[in-house]
Design a protein around this ligand. Structure first.
Ligand code: FUC
Length: 749
């Protein structure tokens, strides 16, 4: 037995080709890098960095370096209905260089493992390098310029307020401050440190002349505080940035980089995927996208996209902050699409699908806090439409203050959001979190829906007045029914509502049993759940989106709301409800092969849950369709691998990472004996013959490493934190190991 175990570990070490966290050489075909041979001309070619709070798009120009920067709290609007406002760009940091002889050997790289953008080129035998990252521990963006020869670094730094406000400065630094129409105060600042050469003050900037190397630190913040009880007002911004910048100058670039790497890699290196590589994997990123579009997808491209989603979540969502919005934290427009805010009929939730699955529970926290704050704001709101006897409801769109666009009251939105509170516990959160944060919401919302359900024509319980995002059946004068975009005519028993409420009830039932609380209410909820109208199969074999069989086979709508029960719900599974699972496939196929970015990502997850890896991969291929940065139309992927709805919307990046994880491991089912059902490689596409994944998380607080060859698992390691009972489905076999809390189990074919 011992021999077998050690062999398993050895095999795993061989097939899981990650020298646990080892640094990668620049030309490693499996390096987690986005690579370009030209500076960014467009915003969607620039490369994102972020520390969860402050972010920047790095352009990497030869004569000008531009960092278009953001800070996640710079938003207009308020907590009131109809005053959503929009996420605002903060400003630009520009470094203008002296004209030099033509540059060669240009390279621009985003190294996901180091969370650093590197720019390098040669000009008249001098090699120039730039390195830029956003540090979480030191709360600054740091940019260092070096060159192969001494005295070669000369440039002027300027700092611009996106609203055109005037700044001030001295020889060491520049700042600007301002106030938004909603009273929010903001400030940004830079400091410049040069080694050798001179530093002088210019009319509108700071000039560095013939330095050996130079460092620029940037910070930006506002006086927003996410706490409703503080009326969203925190500390004035200028002292905070002054403190961060002073600290950065004192500590210096090397120390800051050391802390940055330790902080980032502690999260980033928890999980990684290797699907092999090919000659195309060595190409610059746009060429890899182009090759994929020609049908030559290199195997390291899906894994790069997987890692990119994790990178973006780490960069845009950290404890204490706001959740990643429609563009994460990266936005250069004062009028971004859909205000770049939080929409709750798919987009915000999708942003957080990869968080627990890929080992980033810390990054989930901003979303969980925002949900609690939204509950408090809407419950206390003076908007009569938001008044409910127990629990809370929301509109479809909310901002950082919990305010909204007044667009579309969204009855089941709070129940869907509460799924995230449960999942945070289920994947490994503490019992304290379950008891004090998740459970009170699950209970209140279950009570809300117990009170709202009514008996339908056949006696089943139905939701009284819902709609399926964002289309609906409209009866014409001649009696025929057409499906119209955006229609929200209230209807009873809409599948979206039924499935979300079913899911809420299921989570409440489990949670109350785990905590041994509210047995009476649990019994009531169990009875109600059993009486609820379930998913129905319609006249062409589809899952009905509405209680009446009005679905049209030609309807290509982007929302997949009637398939919530497959993903992210769990009411429909291939083993538990095979007929419904088949009907879900019929529905999905009818929607057609193409859609918006997030819709394709959602479909990947649904196909994975239906154990159809090839169809999931088809969605991924479409998602990777290259879309030009300037004037690009259609959905797919921009040159910087940002998802194209279009326009840029980050949900498809996060949804794709979750979808790939879902193809490799599933844990949403529980046996009648209470054992967790873990499915290893449940939806592996035929083309992903050999590979390995390390650090995937499963519900029940498990972490898995898996290696496979010829489509068969060859080694598996599973660590358990809670010692929960588990059944593992692998290579058509069922394993039922007993794994004590804190120990692991290894298996080899
Ligand atoms: C929902 C979607 C749109 C878009 C918007 C942000 O309204 O239907 O496609 O993603 O959110």
């Amino acid at each position: 037995m011992r021999l077998r175990f050690s062999f398993a570990v050895r095999t795993l070490a061989l097939c899981v080709a990650f020298a646990a966290g080892g640094a990668r050489a620049a030309r490693d075909p499996e390096a987690h890098e986005l690579r370009y041979t030209e500076p960014a001309a467009e915003w969607l070619e620039a490369l994102p960095i972020g520390n969860g709070r402050t972010g920047a798009m790095v352009f990497g120009g030869i004569l000008e370096e531009r960092l278009q920067f953001n800070e996640q709290t710079l938003v207009t609007g308020s907590s009131k209905t109809g005053d959503n406002g929009a996420y605002q760009p903060f400003g630009n940091l520009r470094l203008t260089f002296e004209k030099r002889p033509e540059a060669s050997d240009y390279e621009r790289v985003l190294d996901l493992d180091a969370a650093t953008v590197r720019v390098s080129f040669r000009s008249a035998r001098v090699r120039f390098e730039r390195e830029v990252f956003a540090s979480r521990p030191d709360d600054v963006i740091a940019l260092r310029l070096t060159s192969s020869d001494r005295g070669q670094i000369s440039f002027v730094v300027r700092l611009e307020d996106a609203r055109g406000g005037k700044g001030t400065g001295d020889r060491q630094g520049l700042t600007f401050q301002g106030t938004l129409p909603n009273g929010m105060n903001y400030a940004a600042g830079v400091r410049v440190v040069a080694n050798g050469g001179t530093v002088t003050r210019e009319a509108d900037g700071i000039r560095v002349t013939t330095a050996d190397s130079a460092t620029v630190f940037l910070d930006a913040t506002t006086d927003f505080d996410k706490a409703p009880e503080l009326n969203f007002k925190g500390q004035p911004p200028l002292p905070a940035i002054t403190q961060h910048l002073d600290n950065a100058v004192r500590r210096g670039f090397d120390e800051i980089r050391k802390s940055h790497l330790a902080d980032h890699q502690a999260l980033y290196r928890r999980c990684s995927l290797d699907l092999g590589h090919s000659a195309e994997s060595m190409l610059p990123t746009p060429k890899r996208l182009a090759a994929a579009a020609r049908g030559d997808m290199d195997p390291a491209l899906p894994s790069l996209l997987f890692h990119y989603g994790r990178y973006l979540l780490i960069a845009s969502s950290r404890p204490g902050g706001l959740p990643a919005n429609l563009q994460g934290i990266w936005n250069d427009s004062p009028k971004p699409a859909w205000n770049s805010t939080y929409t709750t009929n798919i987009n915000l939730q999708m942003n957080y699908w990869p968080a627990e699955l890929t080992g980033l529970p810390e990054c989930h926290r901003p979303m969980l806090d925002w949900i609690s704050n939204l509950a408090a704001v809407t419950a206390a709101s003076e908007d009569p439409k938001l008044k409910v006897p127990v629990g809370w409801i929301s509109y479809s769109t909310h901002n950082a203050f919990g305010g909204n666009t007044a667009w579309a009251l969204h009855m089941p939105g709070s129940a869907w959001l509460s799924q995230h509170l449960w999942e945070a516990y289920d994947f490994g959160g503490s019992r304290g979190f379950l008891e004090h944060r998740a459970y009170p919401q699950l209970r209140a919302l279950s009570e809300l829906w117990l009170g709202r359900l009514v008996a339908g024509p056949d006696g089943t319980l139905i939701t009284p007045d819902g709609w399926s995002p964002e289309h609906g059946p409209v009866r014409q004068d001649d009696g025929t029914i057409v499906l119209k975009e955006g229609d929200r005519t209230p209807l009873p028993g809409v599948s979206y509502d039924q499935q979300i409420v079913h899911d809420l009830f299921s989570r409440f039932i489990t949670a109350s049993a785990v905590l041994n609380q509210d047995a009476e209410l649990r019994a009531k909820v169990e009875t109600a759940r059993a009486r609820m109208l379930g998913p129905k199969i319609g006249r062409w074999g589809q899952i009905q989106e509405w209680m009446e069989d009005v679905d049209q086979q030609t309807n290509k709508h982007r929302h997949n709301s009637h398939l919530f029960a497959v993903y992210p719900g769990r009411q429909i599974t291939p083993d538990g409800t095979p007929a419904l699972a088949e009907a879900a496939k019929v529905s999905l196929k009818a929607r057609g092969p193409d859609s918006t970015g997030w819709s394709l990502a959602w479909r990947m997850n649904i196909w994975a849950r239906l154990h159809d890896g090839d169809s999931a991969l088809e969605c991924l291929k479409r998602l990777l369709k290259p879309v030009p940065a300037a004037g690009g139309k259609g959905s797919g992927t921009y040159p910087n691998l940002f998802g194209a709805h279009p326009p840029f919307q980050i949900d498809s990046n996060f949804g794709a990472t979750a979808g790939i994880a879902e193809m490799l491991l599933q844990s949403h089912e529980t046996g009648t004996d209470g054992k967790r059902e873990l499915r290893v490689l449940p939806a592996l596409p035929k083309g992903w013959k050999t590979g390995s994944v390390r650090g995937l998380r499963a519900r029940g607080a498990f972490t898995l490493d898996v290696g496979w060859s010829d489509g068969q698992v060859i080694a598996l390691r599973i660590r358990s934190e809670r010692g929960e009972a588990v059944r593992i489905h692998v290579n058509g076999k069922v394993l039922e190991p007993e794994i004590a809390a804190g120990s692991s189990f290894q298996w080899v074919r």
